[in-house]
Design a protein around this ligand. Sequence first.
Ligand SMILES: [Zn+2]
Length: 487
Amino acid sequence: MPATPAPDFAGAPAVVLRGGTVLTMDDRRTVLTDADVLVVGQRIEAVGPGLEVPEGTVEVDATGGIVMPGMVDTHRHMWQTAVRGYGADWTLTQYFVWNYLEHGKKFRPQDIYAGNLLSGLEALEAGVTTSVDWSHNLHTVDHADAAVDALEEVPGRFVFAYGNIQAGPWEWSASPEFRDFVERRMTRSDMLGFQMAFDVTGDPEFPEKAAFEVARELGVPVTTHAGVWGATNDNGIRLMHEHGFMTPETVYVHAATLSDDSYQRIAATGGHASVAAESEASCGQGYPSSWSLRRHGIPISLSMDTSVWMSADIFSAMRSTLSADRTREHHEAHAGDETVTHLSVRAADVVEWATRGGARALGLDDVTGSIEVGKKADVVLVKNDSSPVMFPVLNPYGHVVMQAQRGDVHTVLVDGRVVKHEHKLVGADLVKARRAIEDTVSYLQDTLGAEEWAAGMSPDVPESKVLDNPYTYTEYADASTHSSHAG
Ligand SMILES: [Zn+2]
């Protein structure tokens, strides 16, 4: 860490990142080497080599680094960050039981606040400049106020997706308190957007219709967990489509276990998918869907889902999505006795899904998602001079996806403001976040009791058996022991 104090970003008229490899993610995917990005106020003022800058501009040395658009996470249950890592060994079923049936109701407004505050800071630290807070534990409006209070304290770009797993969406969306909240808090700037978050169970009565009507009346996009094994399926998609509630603004989270017919309905209505590959692989929502989505021309964005499993690390999402997509491609080919000689999905594609794909899914494509003059300055510098992994940078897209990680995020700007510099958050009150989280964790531990708390983290392991093997090298273990002695 440098001994010199951080530059006075707040007092500077402009910031320039000098001499980096710039992944603009513009329509032509222009990559510039040894180029500068000049930020004046909230916006990107110029991009190119050897830029002249206004007097007093603070310079950030980007040489040897990669400058890319801020990443976008289109689905994260930020409140659950309070129990970070708790469910590392959970399946989706165990997640549902713990959060939906048993303990979600115990979360107080201050617990939602604590999770959101930490989660928001964590996202910035990882270079995720826009996050959808898929906030589905708002069992009172006080909880919603607490969630938004936290988002407003963090200098990131957020979309607040209002939800409540403790009641039917047709119930909470019809309440006067919800209407009042929308009026008071959801002013819908490009720093704090608004969605409604609920799932469609496939009940032929389609009770969710009333919530869709509220969303339509308010002009609010709906985000919905669709194609989740054992939870939501083709019936939900069909009902939404038949009632005219599938729009280009709709975001389908996971979209994993769906038929071609459902994918065709999504594609035909212009909707976007949010792929949370690590979550899907670990928890069982279905095989990560990018391979299927690509076949149907459905636009893709990425997400982390919840820090109860994985942190807000979109580098990890890019790598696992690419890996899952290619696994599927090879696997399908091998099943037909064929060999994939050329890969369909490139590193550049997943970088696009992580940036511009997210911006498009959220209707923010004219605001963020690429480094182009006139857009708001959500910019990430990936650079780490003390890491042997950060040179040589030969294939910058490949480097971002396959080599870099969140610790290599050197500088982050959101809306033109420097929120991380020299690998450290700027002006973030981590002490306050830590205190809030510690209060929540000890409250939950006390409320659940030590035994229940420990058991929740350690689900039973199912019985498994090693297959019978006709070749029994019973002497093998002994032989190896002896040979090591012989040495
Ligand atoms: Zn989710």
